[in-house]
Design a protein around this ligand. Sequence first.
Ligand code: DLL
Length: 456
Amino acid sequence: MPRTNNTVMCIGFYSRGSMEARILAKAKRFRSRAELQEHQSKLLRRLVRYVYDRVPFYKKKFNEQGLKPDNVKSIQDLQRTKFFTVKDDLRRNYPLGMLAVPFEEVVRVHASSGTTGLPTVVAYNAKDIETWAELDARCLLVAGASSRDVVQVSYGYGLFTGGLGLHYGAELIGAKVIPASAGNTQRQLTLMRDLGTTVLCCTPSYALYLAEYARDHGFDLERDFRLRLGIFGAEPWSEGLRRQVEENLKLRAHDIYGMSELYGPGVAIECPERCGLHVWEDHFLVEVIDPKTGEPVEPGEEGELVFTTLTKEALPLIRYRSRDVSMLEVDPCSCGLIHARIMRIRGRTDDMIKVRGVAVFPSQVEEVLSRIDGLTPNYQLVVDRPGALDRLLVRVELSPRAATDVLTRLVILQRRVEEELREALGVAASVELLEPGAIPRSEGKAKRIVDLRSLR
Ligand code: DLL
């Protein structure tokens, strides 16, 4: 891959406005999808040769599939074989066996939390860090942020990519950045108020908690705060949760998507139309497949997202199975961007629970809960199998007002939630109404599922 010598992020050479314009112009430089696809195929051909020559894992894989790098002209040539990269490939090559550059060239690593085994380590060279910053800068600009904004980054800084990813992006557009990291909610709100934060970046569940904490601790979000934009992602969330967060924090919330294997945040963002998240297709080739067969699904059908990184240098990935469930929309968007959109992520294939054979995603439950008055989107799904059959229990917190209701009203509420859940999910669930604050809060990603079946 071509190397640039200039790996310094040189905001000083550009006026702020021209830096913003330059970043947006790059996002908008393709006039048609055909032009964009031609560009992708060119990058793909270069990538295939690059990984074949540099990554033993990929060389072996190509040879096993009987594929010669020079014969791969487009993604269809890979689709004809079952050529995928999965998370286990990264684990098996722990920590950095899939590097495509000498270790000396690496300038940063990030890693997954490794709760289910070894952490997945990802690495970046200087060019990757530059590209990543630009992707996050694009996301912020397209969502409506600018150099005039005060951006509070309340994603965790550290091995998690959320904090540093948005930090570099916000700096690149020339915004004023508060690197608050996750946690210490009292301090978050104090900084937000005193420094006049206008853009908040954190997980949607933490945004909701910030609003709740502000209300309970005497912060006046209407009078003393200047929030106007939220860049929320890293976990599935529903339209209902968006409404609540927007109402409570007095801002406009945009969904941002990414994963550490693809740099981190900055893979896709909602534009002002908010009808799906534009994937930066000049850097990622996105496909949707049937997770069972591995075959591409028809346009407009739901399936698992698969990504090929077209510009990553240190740790490029070909047809990486994300396990995220969504669908793709390639029709032009009224915002003018021609980059395809993925619809709001429904959940992960491994977060989907089967209850008596029916697939249930936490986001479906959240959608129901958030439209019923008296409930909050603080909830957990507990699945158990006391006898032969699975049992789903949805534990949800009441709003402070509903928590003081008389018992009969609460029983009516509980029945209503059970009915609406059965309707939406196609399977029965019992509902437990809880006091406000009963479900543990997370500063990062919320834990929505407790599956007790595996413990039996
Ligand atoms: O969560 C990167 C990120 C940070 C994205 C900040 C957005 C904002 P990982 O920890 O590797 O990276 O987790 C990636 O999180 O495969 C999805 O399952 C989930 N995820 C990320 N963004 C969204 C989103 C970061 N907007 C995994 N909606 C992904 C739903 C999301 N799920």
